[in-house]
Design a protein around this ligand. Structure first.
Ligand code: ZN
Length: 251
């Protein structure tokens, strides 16, 4: 049996906002991000976008790999994470909210989360041209299980079309992430129908080499501001904390 594959889930990479700021924990400093990448490289891991990771997830390829994902499409991913990724030769996937390109994280506003810029179309293109991947994170960042099937289809399928019109990416936009990690049977079937190769959740855990059906409910490893390198190493290497998400069969 091959070792389970960790898919890391990041949000913002930047200097953390002041203490007491809501969701501050989801801002990882550029120095901490660089330490985490260096540590995983030292352990022999290669970091990959979801598209590059796909053959490892399906068991066609074997190797010491991990996925790198960034939710929401923050401009600070380009400014602060990309130089680190390039230093290590790693690729990653940034999941963009298609109708918020060049705007702010307005879905978080009511919770008092600071409004920060999201990548523009030109910045997304720079991200892709630098060897990184753009994935889809719906049109407007709604909690999908609260929507009816037609609305889910609109959010999931149309986001792909909008993003593919905005960015030139070989193969198009093939990977998806459920906002707030929220998914149900309808959302999963819409993701399949829209032709996405993978879809990630916020279910905690690593991926055991899985069948195709499982590729649309992939678990991830959450990295927060307080995740230490030791903690990350344990998350990636230990045999504990290996809870599987719904629908994930063992290898
Ligand atoms: Zn999100």
């Amino acid at each position: 049996m091959t070792a389970p594959i960790p898919i890391l889930m990041y949000h913002q990479v930047d200097a953390p906002p002041p203490k007491g700021t809501p969701m501050r924990g989801l801002v990882v400093s550029p120095a901490a991000f660089a330490r985490q990448m260096a540590m995983l490289r030292a352990l022999g891991f290669t970091g990959m976008s979801m598209q590059h990771l796909l053959p490892y997830l399906t068991g066609q390829k074997k190797g010491r790999v991990f996925g790198i994902t960034f939710d929401d499409g923050y401009e600070n991913n380009l400014r602060c994470a990309l130089p680190v990724l390039q230093r290590f030769g790693f690729s990653s996937t940034c999941y963009v909210v298609a109708d918020r390109v060049g705007q702010c994280n307005d879905w978080d506003r009511e919770r008092g989360v600071p409004q920060v810029p999201l990548m523009t179309a030109a910045q997304m293109q720079a991200w892709v041209d630098a060897g990184q991947e753009i994935g889809s994170h719906t049109l407007t960042h709604q909690d999908l299980p609260k929507l009816d099937l037609a609305q889910q289809r609109h959010e999931i399928a149309d986001a792909r079309l909008v993003l593919e019109a905005l960015v030139r990416q070989p193969g198009g936009v093939r990977n998806f992430c459920y906002p707030y990690g929220g998914f149900d049977q309808g959302a999963v079937s819409c993701a399949r129908e829209a032709g996405y190769d993978t879809a990630t959740t916020t279910v905690r855990g690593r991926v055991n080499s899985c069948s195709n059906g499982d590729l649309l409910t992939l678990p991830r490893v959450l990295i927060s501001r307080t995740t230490t390198c030791i903690h990350l190493a344990l998350k990636c290497l230990s045999r504990y904390e290996d809870r599987r998400g719904p629908g994930l069969s063992s290898a």
